[in-house]
Design a protein around this ligand. Structure first.
Ligand code: ZN
Length: 124
């Protein structure tokens, strides 16, 4: 019996949580390299209107394995580089709930990740 048995505390919150950052925190410019290249592709019909681009993504599961939970929060962030001053910053942060099974045996790539191994966040 776990001393923390009871309602899962994170279930009180509403997920997913998404926050976008549309300006460079250093110079205020709104353009980033990956977004600019994707915009050019879209202008020439070489990318779908719903396609997204970013330099790289990172994600992390927030949990303490000593406290079993039904679902655990996963924070994912996309980063890009400002075309004006070169500052790298998070352009989008997303918090979702995921199964804690992913904690067992390390990271288990989902179907999207197996198809696009270079893209951790599944953007395209
Ligand atoms: Zn900048």
């Amino acid at each position: 019996m776990n001393k923390n048995d009871g309602p899962d505390p994170i279930l009180e919150y509403t997920y997913p949580i998404e926050q976008k950052f549309t300006r460079c925190p250093n110079c205020g410019n709104e353009d980033t390299f990956a977004a600019r290249e994707l915009r050019i592709l879209k202008e020439h019909g070489r990318a779908g209107e719903d396609a997204r681009a970013f330099l790289f993504g990172k994600r992390s599961i927030v949990a303490d394995q000593r406290n079993p939970m039904i679902q655990v929060p996963m924070v994912a962030a996309e980063f890009d580089v400002c075309v004006e001053c070169g500052t790298m910053y998070a352009t989008r942060v997303n918090v979702t709930l995921t199964s804690p099974q992913i904690l067992q045996g390390g990271s288990v790539p989902n179907r999207q990740q197996r198809r696009h191994p270079g893209n951790l966040l599944g953007g395209n």
